[in-house]
Design a protein around this ligand. Structure first.
Ligand SMILES: Cc1ncc(COP(=O)(O)O)c(C=O)c1O
Length: 371
């Protein structure tokens, strides 16, 4: 079997959840975002661990994910943050999922089916406060809620919005969005007597203590141990949850002038020891790490040489004493005193840590640590 393994440390995940609770404050509730297979960490084990730690609500993208959680026995409130399509209404009502709502026709369908099934379906209205992505505009929110009021079988339990730039500390746009959001929620409390939850604080807002007075936080990336961007000192207590390891499968000493991998983009200038690792872009190890990435062997950083292939990558292990076939290779995570973070990989390939986690996590066999 290929010796590649993504390890998910559920103890670190729970530690991060309790850190989030500490940041959010004693009375705030936490909606943990576990969409996209929990950012590549595995939705079911992550949701189960968070439920056991006392999470208040879970957030997924679409109905299919919510149904999978219910099928696995998850009893928490599950917010479907994308909303739902009309063909999903019946299953959503039957399994007690909580859809985001921003279209009247879906609300009417939900109402009809809920009455038919003799149920009350909780919904959270999605408001667009400046992201220009999804939802009812802030200024249209009170009218939208008024249209929902006469509909039987649905209950507006929440109103939420998403921040566009909370990863940049103190960017004024975040304050503007929060202000706009709060004003529209207030208008709903006054005009239609809305009494439910309001939430806008993602990981960046949590770290910057913004929007927490609303009483609920909705973090994703912090649960997995990373800040939404580099430069957040407040993220220091959070622990990495994912690591990615492989093993050396061949070592050869090559003379000067030897070219390595596709395209002959790397040529040795002197005698070098080259190790081959069975990891490639099919395993989520980006081809942009060609002649660019580093991995850890024997607790030391060694460079990727030549192009990352679909399933194999070469690294220069010259000078590593006693390096041998079977040695552990860390591509993401710690070994000895060294550590390679998702942020480091992201910076090297021009993306964000979110994408690194999703890609590596979903491409590999995962094993879970849970003491
Ligand atoms: C609607 C919504 N809320 C919350 C989050 C969590 O954001 P973060 O991972 O930055 O905390 C996301 C993530 O994309 C999202 O789409």
């Amino acid at each position: 079997m290929i010796p590649n393994e993504v390890t998910i440390d559920l103890d670190a995940l729970k530690h991060n959840f309790f850190e989030i609770k500490r940041l959010a404050g004693p009375h705030a509730r936490v909606l943990a975002v576990v969409k996209s297979d929990a950012y590549g960490h595995g939705m079911l084990p992550v949701a189960t661990a968070l439920e056991s730690a006392g999470v208040d609500l879970l957030g997924v993208f679409e109905a299919e994910e919510g149904l999978e959680l219910r099928k696995a026995g998850c009893e928490a409130t599950i917010l479907l943050m994308m909303g739902i399509t009309s063909d999903e209404v019946s299953a959503v009502v039957k399994h007690g999922l909580t859809p985001a709502l921003f279209q009247v026709d879906i609300a009417e369908e939900l109402s009809r089916v809920s009455v038919e099934q003799e149920k009350v379906t909780a919904v959270h209205v999605k408001v667009d406060s400046g992201m220009t992505r999804l939802g009812v505009w802030c200024e249209d929110l009170p009218n939208f809620l008024e249209q929902l009021l006469p509909l039987k079988g649905i209950q507006v339990e929440g109103i939420f919005s998403h921040l566009a730039i909370a990863d940049q500390p103190d960017h004024p746009f975040t304050d503007q969005q929060i202000k706009r959001f709060k004003e529209s929620v207030e208008a709903c409390r006054r005009r239609v007597g809305f009494e439910g939850d309001a939430h806008i604080a993602n990981s960046g807002a949590l770290l910057g203590s913004k929007g927490l007075d609303l009483g609920m936080a909705r973090p994703g990336i912090l649960l997995y141990g990373s800040p939404p961007a580099e430069g957040w000192a407040a993220a220091a207590p959070f622990k990495s949850v994912m690591s990615f390891k492989s093993r050396v499968i061949q070592i050869r000493t090559v003379p000067p002038g030897t070219s390595i991998s596709y395209g002959c983009t790397y040529k040795t200038e002197e005698r070098r020891s080259i190790a081959t690792i069975p990891v490639g872009y099919d395993d989520g190890y980006s081809r942009l790490l060609s002649n660019n990435g580093e991995v850890l062997i024997q607790g030391q950083r060694v460079p990727v040489v030549g192009r990352v292939c679909m399933n194999l990558t070469m690294v220069d292990v010259t000078g590593l004493e006693g390096v041998a076939v079977g040695d552990e290779v860390v591509l993401l995570g710690s070994q000895g005193k060294e550590r390679i973070t998702a942020e480091e990989i992201a910076a090297k390939i021009g993306t964000i840590n979110y994408e690194v986690y999703c890609t590596i996590g979903k491409s590999n066999r995962r094993v879970y640590i849970d003491s």
